[in-house]
Design a protein around this ligand. Structure first.
Ligand code: ME8
Length: 652
């Protein structure tokens, strides 16, 4: 039977626009989950949304919206983001799910009945953005010690959890089980700043607002949002429901991953709650660092957003995944900049990996018509590369087990770089010209193809889309497991080696930096206009268009897109927002056609999409392409193929 592996991200507050920092925990956990699956584990990867609490209630009220409708929309948008980023979660839990809410109530009642929760009065400070209680002495210059924002003096009737009772056990856990909380720096922080400084009981209910799970035996109170949220890790598995099978199978968690600012909740409050419930503790809690913009944490509430939809639409999903997995030293903070993002793509994905693939497949086609002959003459150069190919999996596995994700990727790219150097050393273009060197040339090309195959299989865990393209160009398939697929010698040479499109087109960095700034400015302007409710500029009469040559037309990439979902853009009478499958991915596209079509009639249609249009923000929503319509005096009509051809079909 397969060994189980239960991995979780925190559940996200659906409170603002998603940014590249938001994606960090989830992309890292996705690589870990994919790696474990391919390593033969029975993986359960959980993520979701944390939808209750004063913060969300306030933000929804400020937007003039019903709270549930507000979170529904934000959650849908987050699910779309995870789809774009190829996140392979096994379950997405929402804390507004009925099963979760019921289980929270049962947990609260159980803890109350056994005396771990009691009623009293809370008087102290509350930070709404962090949903944290603080004592006066914990405040820093009168502000929240975690985020530095204003706190509110709060006095209300409250239920309390006897957190202080678990202090000694928690100290023992963190001091004596070095695996439980990592990296090490977080362990010292928790011990010195919180546990040893004294631990007071925790207020676990609120009465000053309503958006939460009601305390079942005292409905004026709602359960404190962190207690509600932390239990998601067990309620998602069916704990305290009619069906606890998943809970029995997967609990305890093997890894709770999160940003460092919420380690306190996961390494103190959460284990204490589990101790009170008599449940086993998670095996590991890991607090990673932040992605910073300048000296600030990129954050939903600070407005310093770097939009992951735009980045993945423009540079490809795997560019974003690669940057997050590779650039940030795991456990520490990393600084995002457009320059470092573009440079990473160019240096590693385009120059190292992309070039190795295109050179190798081009040479196999040029010299041998797309197959590698079976007669091959090897030398010690080949033996050295072969040894590197055979060693890479072991090194990557060790790094992944120690959560050294950038190092793991580095091992794969060391192999790729070595193979690029091997091309220069073995000079296949000269071998091709020399008499009697065919067998030597075949061996060189076979070793290059094998390097790419093993790198491709390993990359399935990190860059699934790119790995699929590499393996397809080698005429082979992606695989489900590493075993039997990560050592030298699996290709026969009879596969169909094709020289496909470049994996990552080379970016002109200076030009692109200017483009990125323009996009950011447009997005900020659109957001501002949305806030102010400014009407759109009146449409100007368009001058007659000049003649163009075929080379101009060839610059436009037209594709068939299948409309998967359609909805009105809020506060706009004109705009409809579509998710459109264009074969390469699902795009977000906004069109000003609400006057002519209902969302319902558009769903399922196959339409013509301009696929290489620069992304823009319309009505505050990202638009990655344009749907074409025909227009006459009666209004607009869709332009559709004469028979169903499927999203992604080309139009030429
Ligand atoms: O904290 N860099 O949710 P959240 C790296 N609902 N990671 C970042 C980041 C950045 N700039 N910004 C955010 C919550 N994150 C609670 C969790 S769990 C029971 C409840 C990470 O939406 C952050 O560290 O504020 C966390 O891991 C995740 O995004 C969700 O943060």
């Amino acid at each position: 039977m397969k060994e189980k592996y239960y991995i979780t991200t925190p559940i996200y507050y659906p409170s603002g626009a998603w940014h590249i920092g938001t994606c960090y925990t989830t992309v890292v956990c996705d690589a870990l989950a994919r790696f474990k699956r391919m390593d033969g584990y029975d993986v359960f990867y959980l993520t979701g949304t944390d939808e209750h609490g004063q913060k969300i209630e306030k933000i929804a009220a400020a937007a003039g919206e019903d709270t549930k409708k507000f979170v529904d929309k934000r959650v849908e948008n987050l699910i779309q983001l995870w789809k774009v980023l190829n996140i392979s979660y096994d379950k997405f839990i929402r804390t507004t799910d009925e099963q979760h809410e019921k289980a929270v109530q049962k947990i609260f009642t159980k803890l109350y009945e056994q005396g771990d929760i009691y009623k009293s009065e809370y008087e102290g400070w509350y930070c709404t953005p962090c949903e944290s209680f603080w004592t006066k002495t914990q405040l820093k210059d009168g502000k929240c010690p975690d985020c530095g924002r204003e706190v509110e003096l709060t006095k209300e009737s409250s239920y309390f959890f006897r957190l202080s009772k678990y202090r000694d056990k928690l100290i023992d856990l963190i001091e004596n089980d070095p695996d439980f909380l990592q990296p090490k720096s977080r362990r010292n922080e928790m011990l010195n700043n919180f546990l040893k400084a004294g631990l007071t009981d925790l207020a676990v209910s609120r009465t000053s607002f309503k958006w939460g799970v009601p305390v079942p035996f005292d409905p004026d109170h709602v359960v404190y949002v962190w207690v509600d949220a932390l239990t998601n890790y067990i309620t998602a598995l069916g704990y305290m429901s009619d069906d606890e099978e998943l809970f029995r199978k997967y609990w305890p968690a093997d890894l709770h991953m999160m940003g460092k600012e919420i380690v306190r909740f996961h390494s103190i409050i959460w284990p204490a709650m589990l101790m009170a419930l008599g449940l086993p503790l998670p095996k590991k809690v890991y607090g990673h660092g932040w992605l910073m913009l300048g000296s600030d944490k990129i954050s939903k509430s600070k407005g310093n957003i770097v939009d992951p939809f735009i980045l993945s639409g423009r540079y490809g999903v795997d560019s974003v995944r690669y940057y997050l997995l590779r650039e940030v030293p795991f456990g520490a903070d990393g600084a995002y900049s457009n320059y470092s993002f573009l440079s990473r793509i160019n240096a590693d994905l385009c120059n190292s990996l992309g070039n190795l693939l295109s050179r190798t497949t081009a040479m196999i086609n040029q010299y041998f018509g797309g197959k590698i002959p079976a007669e091959r003459e090897a030398t010690e150069f080949d033996a050295e590369l072969e040894a590197l190919i055979n060693g890479v999996y072991g090194k990557v596995k060790k790094d992944m087990e120690e959560l050294l994700v950038p190092e793991a990727l580095n091992e794969i790219f060391t192999l790729v770089n070595r193979a690029n150097k091997y091309i220069d050393e073995t000079t296949p273009w000269l071998l091709a010209k020399e008499e009697g060197k065919k067998a030597r040339l075949a061996s060189v090309l076979y070793h290059l193809a094998e390097t790419l195959r093993v790198a491709g299989v390993m990359l399935e865990a990190f860059l699934p889309e790119t790995a699929g393209k590499i393996l397809a160009d080698l005429g082979t398939d992606v695989c489900d497991v590493f075993e039997g697929n990560v050592s030298y010698g699996k290709l026969t040479g009879e596969e169909n080696f094709v020289k496909g499109a470049p994996l990552f087109p080379r970016i002109d960095i200076n030009k692109e930096l200017a483009n990125m700034e323009k996009i950011a400015e447009e997005a900020a302007k659109a957001k501002e206009e949305k806030k102010e409710g400014k009407p759109a500029e009146p449409k100007k009469e368009e001058p007659a268009k000049a003649e163009i040559g075929i080379e101009d037309f060839a610059k436009i990439e037209l594709k068939i897109g299948k409309i998967l979902t359609a909805e009105k853009v809020e506060k706009s009478k004109k705009l409809l927002h579509f998710s459109v499958d264009t074969g390469d991915r699902v795009r977000s596209i906004v069109s000003g056609v609400a006057k002519y079509f209902t969302p319902e009639e558009m769903v399922g249609k196959e339409v013509v999409v301009v696929a290489n249009l620069k992304p823009a923000t319309l009505g505050g929503v990202l638009s990655e392409g344009m749907i074409l319509f025909a227009e006459n005096a009666d209004g607009l009509a869709t332009v559709e193929p004469g028979r169903p051809v499927g999203g992604g079909s080309t139009v030429s």
